[in-house]
Ligand binder design. Structure first.
Ligand code: AMP
Length: 428
């Protein structure tokens, strides 16, 4: 029997592992959608694959996604290379440019949700296919938008019922600030090069900042030992002023955050504002989400200059956090009426009646005839409010026998009476 690829998951109501229960997913997505639509953002769906260049140029040649070959690359029939999206921002910026959104009133604020693909080593909270909710505000380089994005992200988590959150806010500066910081890191780390992990040794040349994000414990031990200065100490005046303005706006909004000078985000396109949201009961290496500003990304994709800021929320991680905090997720709604055919002939009668009533009320039915006792058990299991029996006796009189499961009250109703019973908004 064939099985799913490790690191991918089926998401359905009865899934044994909590992050993959469909009502949990739906609760997270619905809540995020309400918050973001309520803030005037528009939904966009981009394809789940793009030309490889969109992501190669977008996430940057020194990001883990490219260096560690985490992208799922496929070859089209014409020999063009495509990639399953390893993150949504580059695709959204590609769409913004392609559809001429630059002439719309700015900023253009878009959101999406869907599957993301990264060929990472599988562990709890880290999958090869996972899901992100993603928000982007494009076309304006104003720190107000950074503060708004952080506030919206926090509001999504709070509306979901999460409390033990921490926003870690930093700045990765402007490209020239990063050049100076990378130079500093190279000088400091070079004497220890042979003790660094092979990945970090390679990064010493290409992008030393990436070493700060290393998951290797020996790398982290060296970093602690060296007491390196943080990126924040290397900000130029413009990036410094921008960062302070974001902080001031967040203070004004009353959004709690902690300035974390060590924040360096995993993708190369970030400039200035960078943040992560962490949860007290989930490991420090597993953020619930992250975001940042990426003013140069559009140009990397061959487009005009389009400043932007946005965030990605990891749906599975949020589901794990909800479980950790014991947040009750609304279950799937139960049917109001369960129709039980008692003989073969009643099957189609039950289906026809269900179809007539369904616009008004949620109706499930038994698909094989059963004894009234068995049908009752099934209706109870489904959580129905009423069970309606259809059998030979009912057929002869042109009625159905309707039983209210809570009170046990039972009566025979003609079709018209049944329709009017379910006229109300909750189906009686
Ligand atoms: P990133 O684009 O790497 O900043 O990821 C944004 C968010 O997506 C992270 O904060 C996580 O919540 C989530 N995430 C990233 N990678 C994975 C993964 N492999 N499996 C599950 N969630 C992930």
């Amino acid at each position: 029997m064939l099985k799913a690829v490790p690191g991918t998951n089926d998401i359905f109501a009865q899934a044994k592992e909590y992050p993959f229960q469909e009502p949990v997913f739906r609760y997270i997505l619905k809540t995020a959608e309400e918050v973001l639509r309520g803030a005037g953002a528009q939904m966009i769906h981009t394809p789940i694959f793009e030309y490889l260049e969109v992501f190669q140029k977008g996430v940057g040649l020194t990001s883990d996604i490219v260096v560690k070959k985490e992208m799922y690359v496929l070859e089209d029939r014409g020999g063009r290379l495509l990639a399953l999206r390893p993150e949504p921002t580059a695709a959204i910026v590609r769409a913004y440019n392609e559809h001429g959104m630059k002439v719309w009133p700015q900023p253009v604020r878009l959101f999406t949700w869907g599957p993301i693909f990264r060929g990472e080593r599988q562990q709890k909270g880290r999958y090869k296919q996972f899901h992100q909710i993603d928000y982007e505000a494009l076309g304006l380089a104003d720190p107000l938008l950074d503060a708004e994005a952080i506030a919206l992200m926090v509001r999504i988590y709070k509306t979901l019922g999460l409390k033990q959150l921490e926003v870690k806010l930093g700045s990765v500066g402007d490209p020239e600030d990063r050049t100076r910081y990378n130079q500093y890191l190279r000088e400091q780390l070079s004497p220890f090069a042979d003790r660094l992990s092979p990945d970090s040794q390679a990064r010493l040349e290409t992008n030393p900042m990436r070493i700060l994000d290393s998951k290797s414990e020996t790398d982290q031990a060296i970093l602690v030992e060296l007491k390196l200065k943080p990126m924040l100490d290397f900000l130029g005046p413009a990036a410094q002023a921008f960062h302070q303005q974001v902080c001031a706006y967040l203070d004004w909004l009353g959004v709690p955050y902690r300035v974390d000078p060590s924040i360096v985000r995993g993708l190369d396109y970030y400039v200035r504002t960078a943040w992560e949201v962490h949860h007290a009961r989930i490991g420090a290496k597993s953020a619930l989400g992250g975001g940042g500003r990426y003013d140069g990304l559009s140009e990397m994709l061959g487009g005009p200059r389009v400043p932007g800021v946005g965030f990605g929320i990891g749906v599975e991680r949020v589901a794990i956090a909800l479980k950790e905090e014991g947040v009750a997720v609304p279950p799937d709604p139960s049917p109001i009426l369960y129709l039980a055919p008692l003989d073969e002939a009643a099957k189609i009668e039950a289906l026809a009646l269900a179809e007539q009533l369904r616009p008004k009320v949620s109706v499930e039915m038994g698909y094989t005839p059963k004894s009234p006792r068995k049908a009752l058990e099934e209706a109870l299991k489904k959580g129905a409010k009423y069970v309606g029996f259809l059998g030979e006796g009912e057929r002869a009189k042109g009625v159905i026998t309707l039983k209210h499961l809570e009170s046990g009250e039972q009566k025979e109703l003609e079709p018209l009476q049944l329709h009017s019973l379910f006229e109300g908004p909750l189906g009686g």
